[in-house]
Design a binder for this molecule. Structure first.
Ligand SMILES: *[C@@H]1O[C@H](CO)[C@@H](O)[C@H](O)[C@H]1NC(C)=O
Ligand SMILES: *[C@@H]1O[C@H](CO)[C@@H](O)[C@H](O)[C@H]1NC(C)=O
Ligand SMILES: *[C@@H]1O[C@H](CO)[C@@H](O)[C@H](O)[C@H]1NC(C)=O
Ligand SMILES: *[C@@H]1O[C@H](CO)[C@@H](O)[C@H](O)[C@H]1NC(C)=O
Ligand SMILES: *[C@@H]1O[C@H](CO)[C@@H](O)[C@H](O)[C@H]1NC(C)=O
Ligand SMILES: *[C@@H]1O[C@H](CO)[C@@H](O)[C@H](O)[C@H]1NC(C)=O
Length: 469
């Protein structure tokens, strides 16, 4: 019995300390664009080039959005004679390699050639497929496909799990095979690949770090109900995230503007009548802002799945908010690297009846004793959301007596908060309303007043991957 228990604990321990990939990728949550919810499977070379230029023109690239990820839809088939995959020549007339070279050649002012390209596959015999698209998966062709993709110049690979065994040990072995095949390509590409394991399910989290640089923890996060579910799933998984290995609650959703409106807009991507699976995609601008706040505290990948050349100014201000981006991209050394739910139960939202329930407070510790709080409301009416003493206790360090507060969406300083700490966000809007605050230490006990203008570092750990927020 004792030996059995010891063996069990040893096994649990290997799960927890499963070594990260150590391919040098994803030391911070990746940022960029994904074509999935923008174009469904109708992504084209033209769209990818136009979005790349828009990321640069809007300034988002300079803020860190450097991955341009081509999701499902680029791959036409597999040559039965050679076994090699080939891209759709109508959608990608120049070919993937030429497109990757083009993306790598783009110059971001002040930053240089920092743009990167991502591609997509499935570990099964076919890709996930839609009414208008069917593509082959990498089953039985893992090393050939990895070679092809590496040669094409890819920096990021998302691998889904369609048309494959859902047996966990088979799934793990297949993802390991792709991981090793990608690793082998670095010998001739001199480039390592960010590996996005997208089997979808929270059970991937304990083994995720040994497979890839991120892993999808929930079903496709399309509308606000699905995204609320991703948040709920992710709540228990905070301790599995760390540099090089992130929980992935899915893409940043847009409102659909510029995406699914080909009949009205020549710069749309697809005709929604031909893609019924997309009928309940997209969120409101406010929900998208709530999602972005949550994805920042959860240290999630920040992949905008909308054409940033056509979205509203409000959406650009959401994804371009540097103070929120900084919350996503900085950590307390030694962790925890992902924020945690401090108060509240699972958030509910039903897309069809447009009814919701629940409020949450989430927090993420930041360098120098700072932290960020997100107050979120899914109720059917505007609600006050309270973070009481017990809620704060999970974030504050024992000697701190006073914090300054800043509202990251109003972009103003909103005063100071003294011990005993408690804060109520008043009348947070319904169905995905959000308030996001950042707290900085201004005094401690024994008294050592610290000017808000000087860097706080008296006996406090200010080291971080990025710098003070
Ligand atoms: C994207 O394409 C549209 C339509 O041709 C064009 O008006 C726009 O300027 C392009 N965006 C960029 C950033 O080049
Ligand atoms: C498959 O590969 C062979 C040999 O390279 C080539 O002749 C043939 O045209 C290819 N077929 C397709 C559909 O690309
Ligand atoms: C999953 O696959 C493994 C190894 O192939 C096998 O031993 C196991 O029985 C399978 N589990 C289930 C539930 O089918
Ligand atoms: C490989 O990449 C590294 C880092 O980007 C670079 O320093 C080195 O010169 C490259 N080597 C070759 C042979 O291209
Ligand atoms: C979190 O995981 C690390 C190993 O990655 C472990 O050392 C630590 O004890 C865990 N912390 C909690 C609170 O579970
Ligand atoms: C901060 O900005 C919000 C929204 O613009 C405003 O309602 C609030 O009064 C401001 N607070 C302070 C302290 O300036």
């Amino acid at each position: 019995m004792v030996r059995l228990l010891a063996a069990l604990f040893a096994w649990l321990n290997t799960l927890h300390v499963a070594r990260a990939l150590e391919n040098g990728q994803g030391l911070m949550p990746p940022m960029g664009y994904s074509s999935r919810s923008d174009c469904s499977t109708e992504v084209t070379e033209w769209r990818i080039k136009n979005v790349t230029l828009s990321l640069i023109e809007t300034g988002l690239a300079a803020k860190g959005y450097v991955y341009v990820n081509i999701d499902e839809g680029w791959l036409a088939g597999r040559n039965v004679t050679t076994g090699k995959i080939y891209a759709n020549p109508h959608k990608f007339p120049s070919g993937i390699k030429a497109l990757a070279d083009w993306v790598h050649d783009q110059v971001v002012p002040g930053k240089g050639n920092i743009m990167k390209i991502g591609l997509y596959t499935s570990r099964g015999t076919c890709q996930c497929s839609t009414n208008t698209y069917h593509g082959p998966g990498s089953q039985w062709h893992v090393s050939e496909d990895a070679h092809w993709l590496g040669y094409a110049g890819m920096d990021y690979l998302k691998e889904e799990s369609c048309c494959s065994s859902q047996n966990h040990s088979v799934a793990i072995r297949e993802y390991e095979n792709m991981r090793d095949a990608l690793d082998a390509t670095t010998r001739f590409t001199n480039r390592s690949v960010f590996f996005s394991v997208c089997g979808r399910g929270s059970w991937y989290a304990p083994v995720g770090a040994s497979l890839g640089n991120s892993w999808c923890v929930a079903k496709h996060g399309s509308h606000w109900g699905a995204l609320s579910n991703s948040i709920n799933e992710n709540a228990a998984l905070w301790n599995f995230s760390r540099p090089g290995a992130w929980n992935d609650p899915d893409l940043l959703q847009g409102t659909g503007v510029g995406s699914n409106d080909l009949p009205q807009n020549p710069r749309g991507c697809y005709d929604p009548r031909q893609a019924p699976h997309t009928h309940d995609w997209y969120v409101t601008e406010e929900q998208s802002r709530a999602q972005f706040s949550m994805w920042a505290v959860m240290s999630a990948p920040l992949l905008i799945s909308a054409d940033v050349g056509q979205v509203s100014q409000y959406s650009l201000e959401t994804w371009g908010n540097e103070e929120v981006i900084a919350v996503s991209q900085s950590f307390v050394r030694g962790g925890p690297y992902q924020g945690q739910r401090l108060f509240g139960e699972d958030l509910k939202f039903d897309k069809r009846s447009a009814k919701g329930k629940g409020v949450n407070v989430w927090g993420k510790k930041l360098p120098c004793g700072s932290f960020a709080l997100v107050f979120i409301n899914n109720n059917n009416e505007a609600s006050d959301v309270l973070c009481d003493m017990w809620c704060f206790e999970q974030m504050v360090e024992a000697d701190v007596t006073q914090y300054s507060m800043r509202d990251l969406w109003a972009r103003n300083n909103t005063g100071t908060l003294k011990k005993p700490f408690s804060y109520t966000a008043l009348q947070v809007p319904k169905h995905g309303g959000v308030v996001m605050l950042r707290f900085k230490v201004i005094s401690t006990w024994p008294v050592r007043e610290v000017s808000p203008h000087t860097k706080y570092r008296i006996g406090r750990r200010c080291d971080s991957t990025v710098g003070e927020v």
